[in-house]
Design a protein around this ligand. Structure first.
Ligand SMILES: [Mg+2]
Length: 354
């Protein structure tokens, strides 16, 4: 199970954050339009600009014709990079395997979650964290594979949250045009069109052999992607791996002392592991599952990597305090992530963790 997080009209929205007076105006980020004589293309535009038919990758001269009163700004990549790094940090702080795929897009592998409902809750939390700290909205797609999650995130932009479950892959994907499939570009679309393949449904129903004859190995991959199958896994940076321990109680409990003591045992075990492996951690995550399998995780990310058990305990206790309610608890877990070798110098750290 994967989440694909995609910021909404990222560059334009980031500009609005520092220039609030641009809020609600058609805004085009790209090459200078020079009164319609400009060369170059639109990089991103606000949703207000999209209403005029402007979209990314469109020649900026065309954008100017469509909406001459739009506000045109050159891209400030350095600034977007800074905002992006803060957003990625938020995503990492949730403690799941993470992979950034572009300045404003990332995948999170949530296969450890019980069900799509938990994934949906997590997606809601992520959206809220990003909105609260950056004032920006994103769209999140949830699916059984990376390709389905990516397609889902694009289905209800902006501020969308779409789930594609294994049983809804065919009904949701079938009517979509083939260019919706990541990796299928304009050229491929034209060839597919010539073969009578217009929708993902058409692609699903096309014999793989017919596709491989035309496209080679990419044909086989295309066929799999159209069925929502993606054999790619998240390629994690070394520093994003995690160590964790969890414990399921014999009987669901709301005995505060028992829960706290159990967590303490898990923390001690985990601390032994990081000492033995000579690793530092930056993120502490506590997981709680209540009766009925409702599962929650919450993380704290430290400003500096640490190896101190007190750091784990203090943060875990703080998180746990919010979790112990009248509902009975079935499982408690602790995870340390954003790991680094203890020998790594601080200067190298910046290369790994923003
Ligand atoms: Mg985006």
């Amino acid at each position: 199970m994967f989440l694909h997080i995609d910021m909404d009209s990222f560059f334009a929205s980031a500009e609005v954050i520092r220039h609030p007076e641009l809020q609600g105006k058609p805004l085009v980020i790209g090459a200078p339009p020079k009164e319609g004589k400009g060369r170059g293309v639109v990089s991103t535009c606000s949703y207000e600009a999209r209403k005029f038919g402007i979209h990314s990758a469109m020649p900026v001269s065309r954008a100017w014709v469509l909406c001459p009163h739009a506000i045109f700004l050159p891209p400030d990549t350095k600034y977007y990079q800074v905002v992006s790094q803060r957003i990625m940090k938020i995503l990492i702080s949730f403690g799941y395997p993470f992979s950034q795929v572009s300045i404003d897009e990332a995948y999170i592998d949530v296969s450890t979650l019980e069900n799509y409902e938990s994934a949906q809750n997590l997606a809601g939390e992520i959206k809220l964290s990003i909105l609260n700290s950056e004032g920006l909205t994103c769209s999140i797609g949830i699916g059984p594979s990376m390709v389905t999650a990516k397609i889902a995130s694009d289905l209800n932009k902006p501020d969308g949250l779409v789930i594609i479950r294994p049983e809804t892959i065919i009904p949701i994907l079938s009517p979509l045009p083939v260019r919706t499939v990541p990796g299928i570009g304009k050229k491929t679309c034209v060839i597919l069109d010539g073969m009578g393949i217009k929708t993902i449904g058409d692609l699903m129903n096309t014999d793989v052999q017919k596709l491989t004859e035309k496209f080679g190995r990419f044909g086989a991959r295309m066929s799999e992607l159209s069925q929502g199958i993606d054999r790619e896994a998240i390629r994690e940076n070394e520093s994003f791996r995690s160590v964790s321990r969890e414990y399921t109680f014999e009987e669901d409990t709301n005995d505060k002392t028992l829960v706290i003591n159990t967590l303490e045992i898990l923390i001690n075990e985990l601390h032994n592991v990081i000492i033995a492996e000579k690793i530092l951690f930056k993120t502490v995550t506590v997981k709680i599952r209540y009766t009925g399998f409702k599962t929650y995780t919450r993380s704290v990310t430290l400003n500096h990597p640490s190896q101190a058990i007190i750091c784990i305990k203090e943060n875990a206790d703080k998180i746990l305090a919010d979790f112990i309610k009248k509902d009975k608890i079935r499982l408690v877990g602790i995870k340390l992530s954003n790991l680094l070798p203890a020998t790594t110098r601080q200067t190298v750290l910046a290369d790994f963790i923003f």
